[in-house]
Design a protein around this ligand. Structure first.
Ligand code: GDP
Ligand code: MG
Length: 177
């Protein structure tokens, strides 16, 4: 490890999953670089971003992986999930189908991920709630049934993005320490 890595107390991996165009890449760019893109540019190739976070007196380096435009069923391989301690499972509150597919993504997580993974269910695009097709309570109820954390976010308006990632990261830290 380089000297920079030695300064951090924990290094861990987390993954973003969910249907295409729900806003995964923009959530990650918002969290890691405070950037947003209006045009839809599908992620090409393997991508991940780092962010260092201080929790108490510990410095945590979070490595967050983004799907390489491989959101079709079973196109994401087990290596994507390997070693991941957390996941943000994202749907688009304005497209019901992306919410219906959450069950499918949970099945993948169960098949490929580790059983103690911290999962946050994220309903993104809360800024355009006039186009809403998924009630906030539907998200809450599903999260409760599946024992997930839950949050609605807007990558565009930077609402709850920090909170969603931090919920996952602090929970992982609690389990790991
Ligand atoms: P991904 O395929 O899941 O990585 O989705 P992207 O991050 O590429 O976003 C897909 C499209 O949704 C792009 O046109 C984004 O500009 C748009 N988008 C992403 N997040 C939001 C959001 O919070 N609100 C709105 N209104 N649009 C968003
Ligand atoms: Mg993407």
């Amino acid at each position: 490890a380089d000297s920079y890595d030695e300064e951090c107390d924990y290094l861990f991996k987390a993954v973003l999953i969910g249907d295409s165009a729900v806003g995964k890449s923009n959530l990650l760019s918002r969290f890691s670089r405070d950037e947003f893109r209006l045009d839809s540019k599908p992620t090409i190739g393997v991508e991940f971003a780092y962010r260092n976070i201080r929790v108490g007196d510990k410095l945590i380096k979070a490595q967050i992986w983004d799907t390489a435009g491989q959101e079709r069923f079973r196109a994401i391989t087990s290596s994507y999930y390997r070693g991941a301690l957390g996941a943000l499972l994202v749907y688009d509150i304005t497209r019901r189908a992306t919410f219906d597919n959450v069950k499918k993504w949970l099945r993948e997580l169960r098949d490929f991920g580790s059983s103690d993974m911290v999962v946050v269910l994220v309903g993104n695009k809360s800024d355009i709630s006039h186009l809403r097709e998924v009630d906030e309570d539907d998200g809450k109820n599903l999260a409760e049934t599946e024992a997930l954390y839950f949050m609605e976010t807007s990558a565009l308006e930077n609402l709850n993005v920090e909170e969603a990632f931090m919920q996952m990261i602090t929970r992982i830290h609690e389990i790991a320490s």
